[in-house]
Design a protein around this ligand. Structure first.
Ligand code: ADP
Length: 287
């Protein structure tokens, strides 16, 4: 009897604390390992463009002609931009990790935000002669209250990837909304006819510095941080991101995020499709 009492008062609580400590220790070790891995991949990724900057600067010093020097300078600009993209990505990434992400809720007009994002990437789509269109459902409210800046970052990352990894065909950017009393679920999707992703690689693309084998050729500049940041942003906003992809045919990235409704769309607003083509930089058809 005494033993039983002792077990429940002294031994058992101790065992529970020990178990909790062991769990906490193993998760702290895991986090620290992840940080070390992140740090070492980061240093490795930074070294490549930095070496290019040093190498091409040396070339300029001994360039035989002005044209040669200009070509080298172009390479330096390219490598510096990659470096800047990396550093910006790392800053964003660590801000999110530290929980220092600024969530700035503001009132905004989603139709204007999404069409301006589409206009921003149109020149890039045109460069590759991709057909590019934007669909906005009539359900998308007129004014929302929420984190406009993070939504812009998420969409920019997805659209940038769509043109980076699509050589021919089309990109469709669409926004649907499911309205409840005071909130709406925005369903944002970017569908491309690019090279697609093998099923076994899908999980990996959301990890930092993870790039698919075929994209490591140096032709397409990338940091492997875009989707890791995108996923973190979506998680911070309590949303979800999914990808549906057929290797060799294309991918669809879909993000679902809730935002507060400030004002619903006008009753006479219709679904709208804006088509951007390679021949003009402006929308040619608005329905
Ligand atoms: P990166 O800077 O390399 O584009 P991301 O984190 O944005 O980094 O993407 C990780 C990897 O996922 C890319 O390197 C590419 O291999 C793959 N990927 C991302 N988006 C697409 C897409 N739309 N189609 C095919 N592959 C993609």
């Amino acid at each position: 009897f005494t033993n039983t009492i002792l077990y429940f008062t002294v031994e058992n609580p101790d065992m529970k604390v020990i178990n909790q400590l062991t769990l906490a220790k193993s998760s702290a070790e895991k986090a620290s390992r992840a940080k070390t891995e992140f740090l070492s991949s980061m240093s490795h990724e930074i070294r490549t463009p930095l070496n290019a900057v040093i190498g091409f600067s040396e070339c300029i010093k001994s360039a035989p002609t002005l044209e040669d020097a200009q070509e080298d300078a172009n390479e330096i600009v390219k490598a510096s931009n990659t470096l800047l993209e990396l550093v910006n990505g790392i800053i964003d990434f660590s801000k999110i990790e530290d929980g220092n992400l600024e969530v700035q809720e503001v009132s905004y007009k989603p139709r204007e935000v999404f069409s301006s994002l589409a206009k921003l990437v149109t020149p890039k789509m045109n460069e590759k002669k991709l057909s590019f269109s934007l669909f906005i459902s009539k359900n998308v409210p007129e004014t929302l209250f929420g984190d406009k800046e993070n939504i812009r970052k998420i969409v920019t990352n997805l659209l940038t990837n769509a043109y980076k990894y699509t050589e021919k065909g089309s990109v469709l950017f669409s926004i649907n909304a499911e309205n409840k009393t005071d909130k709406t679920k925005l369903v944002i999707s970017v569908k491309d006819t690019g090279h697609g992703i093998k099923q076994e690689n899908i999980e990996g693309i959301f990890k930092s510095f993870e790039r698919l084998e075929e994209d490591k050729d140096g032709v397409t500049s990338g940091t492997g941080l875009g989707l890791a940041i995108t996923k973190q942003l979506v998680n911070t906003m309590k949303g979800k991101i999914d990808v549906d992809s057929v290797y060799g045919e294309g991918s669809t990235f879909t993000v679902e995020i809730e935002q507060k409704i400030e004002q619903l769309a006008d009753a006479n607003i219709q679904d709208i499709t804006i088509e951007y083509t390679q021949s003009t930089q402006q929308p040619i058809q608005e329905q």
